[in-house]
Design a protein. Structure first.
Length: 653
């Protein structure tokens, strides 16, 4: 029989857990809950790390943790700190007993691991610790003396592009802290401006997670309706254990929905790997490059049961995820067969306190058969970054704005689909992969390509984690159908030539000179036959395009034969009004390109993998749902809206 366990801040962990005799802590309920049970948590702030001891047995016998209907439940990894002593000028100091931190003192642990970029970033070395004033994070500085001298900053350098970008809130930048960790106490010096920390809510994070099992394979858990915040999460590269503020910790079938998740030091929701398949070996051992250890982790994961029956198939939906240092959602290997949908993601890594090659709103490795749909992502260092083994993946109906880059697909072989998205940042697509299909998107930034000839990455049997082979990235084998391009400033998007692009531009000019069919590609290979080892080396693959529209000065690749190029003006703007976000677009003449619904039958299989464009269930993909969720049955204009792009105004949030 399924039970309902109740938790209240007025309860007792010695109680029965009924509505009239509730438990005091959620973690105590987690010790008692069994398959089919529901844990209902009543209003209040719970300062604890919830570690489910057991999971459900299937979709219909889950263990569900939920906030009581209509009640606000805050679960935090932080503790309140009082007893601040004034030093003058808005600067205060407090001594915190180290016993408060338990086994881990976040102020003593640096943010570190594989793929962290250290040169020029060591002053100060950032720590896992954080100080919050009324729920808002202060910045760390290198010394106690620097606390009083912290300047008001209006600009900062974007690590991805090398450009100078505005600071989100310059008036907040003088509010900083520094910690000195002693044998018995941690002394924190902080600047709170005109606030009195003894009259305000001042907290420090003390726990590495908020809702995260200690053991693996705690399956079929639902986490619903909470505010989850303030965890001292460590850096989460694909070659290490990937901790999160909330996540399944190498399990199957979690649902994380309708939560407000914020202020993870690094990553908020983790769908990632565990430590036995590699844990920062490149950093700790220094004997092999990180990508080699990452390749090894794929095979190690297969040996411990990385397959559909044991790992993945999670749902992350309708969450508000914001103000985290590394990712809103992260995951290597553990994210397979999952859905990430309907989330509002913003302010991820835009404080730029630290830098490394794993920072984005959504950062996934091996997103096999993952669907990323209907998300709104803005004000992030990078929007969506899919890295390694993007196969069977679909990115659909997302709207991205005010990111340094919107979509980055790296060292993958496809097939993957990007359809009916709106990409408005200076860089719309960074494509260091092959085997993609871009259909009915609206792009206001540049499109860039880059070969990756120095590292081979795996590909898989369709809809499986079984490794079928591996290959380098020579670019091409891409399909662009029914997209609308309305802008893109190449100089603004790429101020740093060291990024090493081999082609980029406003429109699809990066594909200039590409072959336009597999037959042409193979014929040209035959003409330069000089042995199998060198015949294909570095040679770009076919670029297949039809029905694309170019406005606002953008232009098609010189090999496109049916492109529609418009001379008139084009307008695309994301407009905010209170909590509402609207997309306003006007591209007169864009309806000159009209196409039938694109299906898997219209998209040739990808070359290296030899796989068709299919849904996760193996049926041919059908790209017939527009940005607003309208099911399309007949021909429609190019772009993400079935009604066309002439004077359209659509609410997206």
């Amino acid at each position: 029989m399924a039970n309902v366990l109740h938790v209240s801040i007025d309860g007792s962990d010695d109680a029965a857990g009924t509505h009239d005799a509730p438990l005091r802590t959620i973690d105590r309920a987690a010790q008692l809950a069994r398959p089919g049970d529901t844990v209902t948590v009543h209003a209040g702030t719970y300062r604890e790390w919830v570690r489910p001891r057991r999971g459900g047995t299937g979709e219909h016998r889950r263990i569900t943790y939920q906030a009581a209907p209509g009640e606000h439940v805050r679960i935090t990894g932080a503790e309140q700190v009082t007893g601040w002593q004034p030093l003058g000028g808005g600067v205060w100091r407090v001594e915190i007993p180290n016993a408060l931190f338990g086994d881990l003192n976040p102020f003593a642990v640096e943010i570190d691991g594989d793929w962290i970029v250290r040169p020029g970033r060591d002053d100060p070395k950032q720590h896992l610790g954080a100080v919050y004033l009324d729920g808002r994070r202060l910045h760390e500085v290198a010394t106690a003396d620097a606390v009083a001298d912290a300047p008001r900053r209006t600009e900062q350098v974007d690590d991805w592009t090398g450009t100078v970008v505005p600071v989100p809130d310059p008036d907040w930048t003088p509010r900083v802290w520094h910690a000195e960790v002693g044998a018995d106490v941690t002394t924190v010096t902080a600047s709170f401006g005109d606030a009195d920390p003894n009259a305000s809510l001042v907290e420090v994070n003390v726990r590495p997670a908020v809702f995260f099992p200690a053991d693996h394979h705690v399956d079929f858990i639902t986490v619903r309706g909470f505010e989850l915040c303030q965890a001292a999460t460590q850096w989460a590269p694909p070659t290490a254990n990937q901790p999160g503020l909330v996540g399944p910790n190498w399990a199957r079938g979690w649902v994380i929905e309708d939560n407000d998740i914020h202020d993870a030091t690094c990553s908020a929701v983790s769908l990632g790997k565990e430590a036995s398949t590699g844990d920062n070996y490149a950093t700790d051992r220094g004997d092999k490059p990180g990508y080699q250890y990452q390749l090894e982790s794929v095979f190690s994961a297969r040996q411990i049961g990385w397959d559909r029956e044991h790992i993945g198939s999670h749902v992350v939906r309708n969450n508000h995820i914001h103000h985290c240092g590394q990712n809103a959602v992260v995951g290597h290997l553990g994210c397979v067969f999952s859905r990430i949908e309907g989330n509002h993601i913003h302010d991820i890594a835009n404080g730029r306190a630290f830098y490394g090659h794993e920072i984005a709103g959504i950062k996934l490795h091996a997103p096999i058969d993952v669907v990323i749909a209907d998300n709104r992502i803005h004000d992030c260092s990078l929007g969506i970054w899919l890295d390694w083994q993007t196969q069977g993946t679909r990115i659909t109906r997302n709207v991205l704005w005010h990111n340094s880059r919107d979509l980055f697909v790296e060292v993958s072989h496809g097939p993957y689909v990007v359809d009916h998205n709106v990409l408005t940042s200076p860089v719309s697509v960074e494509n260091h992969s092959q085997g993609g299909a871009y259909v009915n998107n609206l792009l206001a930034g540049t499109v860039g390509l880059k070969q990756m000839l120095d590292r081979a990455t795996p590909y898989h049997r369709p809809h499986s984690t079984q490794v079928a082979g591996y290959a380098i990235i020579v670019c091409g084998d891409d399909r662009w159908v029914g997209n609308v391009f309305v802008g893109g400033d190449l100089d603004a998007a790429y101020s740093d030539e060291s990024w090493g692009r081999i082609g980029a531009g406003a429109g699809t000019v990066a594909y200039d000179g590409y072959p336009t069919s597999l037959e042409q590609y193979l014929t040209e290979m035959g003409d330069r036959w000089d042995g199998d080892h060198t015949r294909f080396t570095g040679r770009v693959q076919p670029y297949l395009a039809r029905g694309n529209v170019y406005a606002g000065g953008t232009r098609p690749a010189d090999v496109e034969s049916d492109a529609v190029v418009l001379d008139g003006p084009a307008r695309l703007e994301v407009v905010t009004s209170g909590d509402e976000v609207w997309l306003e677009v006007d591209v007169p003449g864009a309806d000159a390109a009209v196409l039938d619904v694109v299906t898997g039958a219209d998209l040739p299989p990808v070359r290296f993998v030899g796989a068709e464009f299919e849904d996760p269930d193996g049926s041919p993909v059908r790209l017939g749902t527009d940005l607003e969720g309208t099911e399309v049955t007949g021909p429609t204009p190019a772009g993400p809206l079935a009604g066309g792009l002439s004077g359209a105004r659509v609410r997206v949030l």
